[in-house]
Design a binder for this molecule. Structure first.
Ligand code: C2O
Ligand code: CU
Length: 496
């Protein structure tokens, strides 16, 4: 059997090298990375903050000398960074100037279901939608993106996304790098496929997934954009730089570290600061996940933030279907000769209690199948899949499929209990809202549900590989009063 194994090994290697994407050695880091502008709110008489967001079409020079039709928010590509404090009352004025219905979902936000911006809150062209809520969660790097039924991948891929940062008094007083755009930098990482004329290629063909016969992950591009900038560098002016990294891609999973393997401090995951920083050389981010890292540079250094093959270093199996064998330089950090040094990374970050599962916690199980079902069913806008008591703490047991998936739950923060029985690394054990599901593995999370009761409007849970979400790998839950859990209707009126 050895010759046969070797034979297949050779064949696989050849096929694999033909399709492997690797941009290392081809970039010059010629462009200073764009920093999404902070969106100035209008303040009303009660101190409420009003943000104006217009989803629009436009064209961008994403590749030098080429014109690309793109979509964005208040601009041609991506959107501004929204920033608010815990306790703020915020009102979003979302106008849809796109040629088709869309929505804006506040990914990671705790808020009433009718304000969530999911598929039940689509905004027709030329209409304005004005959700409002009070921010009730600790500091975190959240984001916003469209969520129209069956079209999320297209709308996100065309460029409609932005960061939504929450601050609280604790986070502001830690001494972390916090000068937005100077030593506190959002990095929205996306892969794109461009046609020769510069237009965005929406076909799923040609990606690694297709080449190995899966075709199942959605668009995998071979060109990286960071904040919409191709071939980017970041000029660094302080010893410590905080990077708020968002995997804003439709399907690609990144195994992120520096080309010189320097360690960095992970200080926050999706939904907030960690209890303590963890020093890492690699972190794995699947679509929708965020991590905040702080990296130290000496004068004149220029390390490259890179996505490495595999993910083995991060404790995950190699994942060729989602491009896990590809290598990408993401952005170069270029330190000046004279670096400021006033920030610190304290040994203690978030002081809040860690989310614990009570002994009687309800356990629900979700099995992801193919690319379009959860527990054997595809998304149905008129079906409520789960009814949850307000304020409940539950254990959700999520069973991965044959290929890579991940799992995002609206409205909640959760904590990973274990990944196939193994406890997560410290950087993965904080507050999260999206978790990677390695092929065939089971991930258990303890979930803290909100208290905004609405038996008629569901929240979503789904795979955040957007082609899977659009294909039906999504379900709906409602939050009801505890005494109504058993009597709540399993259908929802989608009429309007
Ligand atoms: Cu980031 Cu249901 O979405
Ligand atoms: Cu999936």
């Amino acid at each position: 059997t050895i010759p046969v194994g070797a034979f297949f090994g050779v064949v696989f290697t050849i096929t694999y090298q033909d399709v492997r994407a690797d941009n290392t050695g081809t970039l010059r880091f010629a462009n200073e990375v764009a920093i999404p502008p902070l969106l100035e709110p209008r303040i009303d008489g009660e101190g409420g903050k009003h943000f104006d967001l217009r989803m629009q079409t436009g064209h961008s020079e994403l590749l030098s000398g080429k014109r690309t039709e793109t979509w964005g928010v208040n601009g041609a590509y991506l959107g501004p960074t929204i920033r608010a404090n815990t306790g703020d009352h915020v009102t979003m004025h979302v106008t849809n100037d796109l040629p088709e219905a869309s929505s804006l979902h506040w990914h990671g936000m705790r808020l009433p279901a009718s304000m969530d911006g999911g598929p039940h809150q689509e905004v027709a062209p030329k209409q304005t939608w004005t959700p409002e809520w009070t921010v009730k969660q600790p500091a975190a790097s959240l984001w916003y993106h469209p969520h129209p039924h069956g079209k999320t991948a297209k709308h996100v891929y065309q460029g409609v996304s932005g960061m939504f940062l929450i601050d609280d008094p604790e986070s502001r007083n830690l001494g972390l790098p916090g000068d937005y755009g100077v030593d506190d930098i959002p990095l929205v990482i996306q892969d794109k496929k461009f046609a020769p004329d510069g237009s965005l290629d929406f076909s799923r063909a040609g990606g690694l997934g297709d080449a190995v016969g899966a075709g199942g992950t959605g668009i995998l591009g071979d060109t990286i954009l960071v904040n919409g900038t191709h071939d980017p560098r970041l000029s660094v002016t302080s010893e410590l730089t905080r990077l708020r990294v968002l995997n804003g891609s439709t399907a690609r999973i990144y195994n992120i570290g520096f080309d010189d393997n320097r360690a960095f401090q992970v200080i926050a995951s999706d939904s907030g600061l960690l209890p303590a920083p963890e020093s890492r050389e690699r972190i794995l981010l699947s679509p929708g996940e965020r991590a905040e890292i702080v990296v130290r540079l000496a004068p004149g250094e220029a390390p490259v933030l890179r996505s490495f093959p595999g993910g083995l270093d991060a404790g995950f199996p190699t994942d060729r279907f989602a491009g896990g064998d590809d290598t990408f330089d993401l952005i170069q950090l270029r330190a000046g000769d004279d670096l400021g040094q006033d920030a610190v990374v304290p040994a203690t970050l978030a002081r809040g209690e860690q989310l614990q599962a009570p002994p009687e916690a309800r356990v629900r199980r979700f099995e992801l199948g193919g690319r379009s079902s959860i527990n054997g069913q595809s998304m149905d806008m008129s079906r409520i899949d789960e009814v949850v008591a307000a304020g409940a703490t539950e254990i959700w047991e999520i069973v991965g499929g044959g290929g890579p998936h991940n799992f995002h739950i609206h409205d909640v923060a959760f904590r990973i209990l274990d990944i196939d029985g193994e406890p997560p690394a410290a950087w993965q054990a904080g507050r999260k809202d999206t978790v990677y599901l390695p092929p065939g593995k089971t991930v258990r999370v303890v979930v803290d549900f909100g208290t905004d009761v609405d038996p008629d409007v569901p929240y979503m849970y789904h795979c955040h590989l957007l082609y899977h979400e659009d294909s039906g790998m999504m379900g709906q839950f409602v939050i009801v009063r505890a005494d109504q859990v058993d009597s709540t209707s399993r259908t929802v009126n989608t009429g309007g």
